[in-house]
Design a binder for this molecule. Structure first.
Ligand code: NAD
Length: 502
């Protein structure tokens, strides 16, 4: 904590938000709101104040079994998968429309649950969530098989073709950094493919997922197609992952938990997609407009308080412009000074939790102890809420934990480089491979770096751009599989090959 702690005031919640906070802690199973079997509750905090604002149900094993049974029944009787795709598409689009119609309320819930500025949730999270559903809805009626000509069959004339069938019951487990957006990114391809599902939001940020359940019911999804359960990762999440009646697990979260899930899902050979952590480089070449690139590098790390899997947390600037880039990032840092999430002036909010605040401050202290110097920030400016000032560390080396590990806060480490091969090698010197930003005006340099960088997405002169139509996912320990785009539906489909003797 800094000596002169600021006292921020979170503006009052709207009536709609208060109503959502007052809801009974229940689970959405089989199209109904039901009580948990054991009545245990989880506190939900507003990170801008640190105060408990709601309690949600902590799903027991019995509850999870009930949710999986509802999804299984809905899958097995074909109430969703056998519905004409045009009708499935129509219902999904109705859900997207409802998300947009409730954007203001959902954005506020996201702000008071996660800590992100409401304006940002309005601009990014809610339209993003709706576009995931809208885009995937369009695929529902376009998923056919193939009719390849048999190549070398000694049996004589044969007709061969393939069918694409939904995988079955999906367990979908999401993190707290973009709660509704991640939830919709998960449910959209599953629904388009004809699967049924059980969604578990992160225990820190359940509010928009619960509101999503209301909208699912309103949109007209048949009971049991979408089940939404709140609960802890190690218990409710784990039960889902190991459940013998779950066919596929889709997980977004930390690499450590991803590894655990991968092991636990193996016994029943579940289909698995993993969207995991990152330590993404931002490379600034000497030919850029330094002011523009510095602004870009700042927003690459400070957007969403750095709680972004593709946050540009390692800044590499060419030696000839290193000092100016550092000055440029430090100059815009005050614009990102954290404020309460409902303050209209907020560009960056607090971190999601006290645990995350301790973790981020711990990394900053470890960096300083290891010899890193603080260019700006490095402190938590308030006595309540979980705020950290935008932080830039220089004089780091590749062995330091601040350079190697995912901090998941508004903390960037800055390093110099001299040539392209050197920076490509440094950029790849990580177990992660989720994203990378390259700032240059030179097309040849851009393409050379695109070819050398091992990451699922490379951004040229921008950062963290994602779109429902383009695949997203990680190389190396940043994940397995892709979400979004046509590729994003593949993990939700099995292929059945058929031979007919003519
Ligand atoms: P986390 O791994 O702690 O938790 C994510 C989810 O997993 C939560 O719902 C949690 O309840 C559940 N969980 C925890 N332990 C579990 C277990 N043993 N079995 C089943 N479920 C379990 O992650 P987090 O702290 O919520 O989110 C931050 C992490 O997510 C960061 O590492 C970030 O990079 C990553 N992330 C990745 C992407 C991506 O697309 N690659 C996107 C957003 C966040």
């Amino acid at each position: 904590m800094s000596q002169a702690a600021i006292a921020y005031t979170q503006p009052a919640y709207s009536a709609a938000a208060q109503q959502a906070l007052a809801r009974k802690p229940q689970l959405f199973i089989g199209g109904e709101w039901v009580d948990s079997s054991h009545g245990a509750l989880i506190d939900v905090e507003d990170p801008s104040t640190g105060k408990v604002i709601a309690r949600t149900a902590d799903a027991s094993d019995k509850d999870i079994d009930r949710a999986v049974a509802a999804a299984r029944a809905a899958f097995d009787d074909g109430r969703w998968s056998a519905m004409p795709p045009m009708e499935r598409e129509r219902i999904m689009i109705r859900l997207a429309d409802l998300l947009e119609a409730h954007a203001e309320e959902l954005a506020e819930l996201e702000a008071i649950d996660n800590g992100k500025p409401k304006g940002m949730a309005m601009a990014v999270d809610i339209p993003g969530a709706a576009s995931e559903i809208r885009y995937m809805a369009g695929w529902a009626g376009k998923l056919g098989g193939e009719t390849p000509s048999p190549y070398a069959l000694p049996q004589g004339a044969m007709f061969g073709y393939t069918l694409r069938e939904p995988v079955g019951v999906c367990a979908q487990i999401v993190p707290w950094n973009f709660p509704l957006l991640m939830a919709c990114q998960k449910i959209a391809p599953a629904l388009a493919a004809g699967c049924t599902l059980v969604l578990k939001p992160a225990e820190q940020t359940p509010l928009t997922a619960l509101r999503l359940a209301d909208l699912v019911a309103q949109a007209g999804f048949p009971a049991g197609v979408i089940n939404i359960v709140t609960g802890l990762g190690e218990t409710a999440g784990d039960r889902l992952v190991r459940h013998p009646d779950v066919d596929k697990v889709a997980f977004t979260g930390s690499t450590d938990v991803g590894k655990t899930i991968s092991r636990n899902a193996a016994d029943t050979m579940k289909r698995l997609t993993l969207e995991l952590g990152g330590k993404s480089p931002v490379i600034v070449m000497p030919d850029v407009d330094v002011k523009e690139a510095s602004k870009g590098a700042a927003s690459a790390i400070f957007f969403n308080s750095g709680q972004v899997c593709v946050a540009g947390s390692r800044l590499y600037a060419h030696r000839s412009i290193f000092d100016s880039v550092l000055e440029g990032v430090a100059a815009v840092a005050p614009r990102w000074a954290p404020r309460p999430s409902l303050d209209p002036a907020a560009q960056m909010g607090p971190l999601v939790s006290g645990e995350q605040l301790d973790r981020v401050m711990g990394y900053i202290e470890a960096g300083k102890r290891a010899g890193a110097s603080l260019v700006t920030g490095g402190d938590s400016p308030t006595s309540d809420g979980y705020y950290v000032n935008p932080t830039v560390l220089a004089d780091v080396n590749p062995q330091m934990s601040v350079v190697r590990e995912e901090i998941f806060g508004p903390v960037v480490v800055a390093q110099r480089f001299d040539d392209l091969d050197e920076v490509a090698k440094a950029a790849n010197d990580t177990c992660y491979g989720l994203g990378a930003g390259v700032w240059t005006r030179d097309l040849a340099t851009m393409h050379k770096l695109v070819g050398k960088i091992k990451a699922g997405t490379v951004w040229g002169n921008c950062h963290a751009v994602v779109d429902a139509a383009l695949p997203f996912g990680g190389y190396k320990q940043s994940g397995i599989g892709r979400e979004q785009g046509r590729q994003g539906i593949e993990p939700y489909l099995e292929t059945k090959t058929v031979f007919l003797k003519l």
